[in-house]
Design a protein. Structure first.
Length: 271
């Protein structure tokens, strides 16, 4: 139970108290439960979206869903997205070591630059437009695109932590990076598959034989691009920053969410 509560503390601003001592090993182990946190976030967002569909115009619902999601997460990942893009915008001086220190310093700066603000605006606009498209597909229950968006993206964070190098000698990211053990990856991946099955059930897919092929396509289209983009970004960040930071993980999650929504728009059909 402690790993799940710690995962909630790391990924959301929900006030959850963990009793007893907490070690760095406990915090690193909480990464195995990231998909569960993402799933619960997705269920809440999908349920709200379903309820609002009877009250608000379709064009308003994606904006409300995004706003609630930002409140739940405290815009934590948007901050990472902004800081990462600001750091990437730093021009090279020809000295790799010096450039890395400058970029890391930019990520520590609490203010956002033009690149970071633009990145947030573009990603929010993309998310709104893709959610709007995904919500146009009617379902018997909860929309799987909304449910899987935080689930798959939280799983991608766990996957990127394994074997990664920390760019700094301090920071919360250092507790996770390179310390996610294989059994955490296995458990997180098991949760992904199991919770995706529950998602399809809630969407009315299960017990509909004609939808099995669509389920498989959407699963691969959601998970594989998310994983691929994560590894590409991890390689880029390692090259530019000498490793990963907590901000980079937030950026990876944002990119993963866009990948999931793109997959939904391309593959999802009415069950």
């Amino acid at each position: 139970m402690k790993p799940l509560l710690l995962a909630f503390q790391f990924l959301t601003i929900i006030p959850i108290r963990v009793t007893g001592g907490v070690s760095e090993r406990d915090i690193a182990g909480s990464s195995a439960c990231f998909p569960m946190v993402g799933f619960l976030e997705g269920i809440v967002l999908a349920a709200i979206s379903y309820g609002l569909s009877h009250i608000l115009p379709p064009a308003v619902i994606p904006a409300v869903v995004i706003a609630i999601y930002l409140v739940i997460n405290g815009a934590f990942h948007q901050d990472g997205l902004s800081d990462t893009f600001d750091a990437l915008a730093i021009k090279s001086t020809g000295d790799p070591s010096h450039d890395r220190q400058r970029r890391l310093a930019v990520m520590r700066d609490p203010t956002s630059g033009p690149a970071g603000i633009t990145a947030i605006a573009v990603f929010l606009l993309l998310k709104y437009l893709l959610l709007k498209e995904a919500l146009q597909v009617p379902f018997h229950g909860l929309n799987p695109a909304i449910t899987l968006m935080p689930l798959v993206s939280a799983w991608s964070m766990t996957m990127m932590m394994a074997g990664a190098k920390s760019a700094r000698g301090d920071g919360l990211g250092k507790i996770f990076l390179g310390k996610v053990k294989p059994r955490y990856i296995v458990f997180a991946s098991f949760l992904l598959v199991a919770l995706a099955g529950i998602t399809y059930y809630c969407a009315g897919y299960i017990f509909n034989p004609s939808a099995i092929r669509n389920i498989a396509i959407f699963s691969l289209a959601a998970a594989l691009p998310s994983l691929f983009s994560g590894y590409v970004l991890r390689a880029l960040f390692t090259s530019r920053f000498g490793g990963l930071t907590g901000d980079n993980l937030g950026c990876i999650r944002e990119v993963s969410e866009i990948a999931v929504l793109l997959a939904a728009v391309i593959t999802l059909k009415t069950p």
